[in-house]
Design a protein around this ligand. Sequence first.
Ligand code: FES
Ligand code: FES
Length: 192
Amino acid sequence: MIPVAPSVVWKSNINGQQKESLIPSNAILLDVLRDKAGCLGVKRGCDMGTCGCCTVMIDGVPRLSCLTMAQDGAGKEIITVEGLSDGAHLAPIQQCFGEHGGSQCGFCTPGFLVASQALLNENSNPSEQEIACAIEGNLCRCTGYQQIIDSIKAAAEIHRGEKESTPPVSDAHPDPHPTGPDEPTMPPGHAR
Ligand code: FES
Ligand code: FES
């Protein structure tokens, strides 16, 4: 018989809000973010650390949530793609991905956005090589990467104050997507 991991109370700050959940002590952060915190923008691509789709920031550092134990994120500040925008108003990096074709099918986009934002938080004037290093762990099958690099460069201009961001076309409104934790996203057997 496979022993069941004991449950623990997990607390963390996710996108500026304190969250508390009961999770198995061996839960993976990706499962907890999707199944307990309702952060469905955190994508499960490979589930083995090779695609970057599940990238989140933990205390400002981009990390692969599929390779991170939830316990390692306890008590930390976690930013997912949902935390980049201000309600309905996109962050500059999100706007620029839209304007420069950095997102096509979109599955890889949340991971790229988080990795790019982490870079821009540290360095608002990255060279093309620094951009390439920051996104080297993220795979995209659609764009050919140049549009992604162009998007990050354009967002960097906004961060440096050299370019205006596009004004919002509407007032902020609540996220229309399901926010769990009662929205199952995975087959049984993952974090509960
Ligand atoms: S799902 Fe985490 S790296 Fe692919
Ligand atoms: S936009 Fe489709 S995989 Fe990147």
